[in-house]
Design a protein around this ligand. Structure first.
Ligand SMILES: *[C@@H]1O[C@H](CO)[C@@H](O)[C@H](O)[C@H]1NC(C)=O
Length: 246
């Protein structure tokens, strides 16, 4: 028991990092770095359910590098690394997993559509549909200015995913795009598809957004439209101001 605890202290767990950490496409060069805090004789890189790569190492370096010169679909997956200490036969635990997602431009980009008008009031539930050419996939919804996807959703077998943004606020205003990862290749991504723009007015939506209520609450609709128009005028003023200032 005591020796086991000692071995764990003496052989710290390595950590694995990916360079570049995202946006890798088929054909790109990518490097996985296994960071060690001890001299290692041998370092292993494991792809979950796939290949094992090994490297002998004796130089005084604190990282072992594994490079794919031309990344292919088969390289996509989850990786962990592990090492053996030089002067003993002790083996470290495996590092935390790192995901290598590879974008394959031979997959057609998905299409996107907004299930409401482009300008809605605060509190509205907005539905966005993303579609590929008819096969099951996990869809990711991306928003301009966010590096991580804002939502992900499984499609139906026909390749359509439905995203709902519940009770939107002006912070949800922006440009949305989607991408997908086929169920058969969970770490291979399609390129980003076309985009839709959503604009959320700061005023609340009408209580029931059906045609009938639109006529009876005409003034409320005007207020909502006014919110978006006001935003548009504001941007226009900013643009004019910018041109006058330069
Ligand atoms: C939005 O969706 C939620 C959950 O389905 C529902 O309770 C709510 O009434 C919806 N709001 C609007 C404005 O449709």
């Amino acid at each position: 028991m005591q020796t086991m605890a000692l071995a764990l202290i003496l052989v710290p767990r390595p950590s694995l990092s990916l360079h570049p950490s995202q946006g890798v496409s088929v054909g790109d060069n990518v490097t996985l770095q296994c960071h060690l805090s001890r001299l290692a004789a041998r370092v292993w890189l494991y792809q979950d359910g796939g290949w094992t790569y090994r490297k002998s190492k004796d130089k005084k370096q604190d990282a072992a590098e594994f490079s794919f010169v031309s990344t292919s679909r088969e390289h996509a997956g989850t990786y962990r690394c592990q090492y053996r200490v030089s002067e003993s036969a002790k083996i470290s635990e495996k590092s935390d997993p790192v995901e290598l997602v590879v974008t394959d431009h031979s997959f057609l980009p998905p299409s996107i559509s907004l299930h409401t008008k482009e300008c809605v009031g605060t509190g509205t539930n907005v539905t966005i549909w993303c579609r590929n050419k008819g096969f099951g996939a996990t869809f990711l919804l991306h928003k301009d200015g966010h590096s991580a996807p804002v939502q992900h959703q499984e499609s139906n077998v026909a390749g359509t995913a439905t995203f709902t943004l519940f009770g939107v606020t002006p912070a949800d205003t922006g440009t949305y795009q989607c991408s997908y990862r086929p169920w058969r290749y969970p770490f291979v991504s399609s390129p980003l598809g076309s985009s839709v723009t959503l604009e959320v007015a700061p005023t609340p939506a009408p209580p029931d957004p059906t045609g009938a209520t639109f006529t009876s609450h005409g003034n409320l609709v005007v207020v909502v439209a006014g919110g978006c128009t006001a935003a548009f005028v504001f941007i226009l003023i900013l643009v004019i101001f910018f041109f006058l200032a330069t």
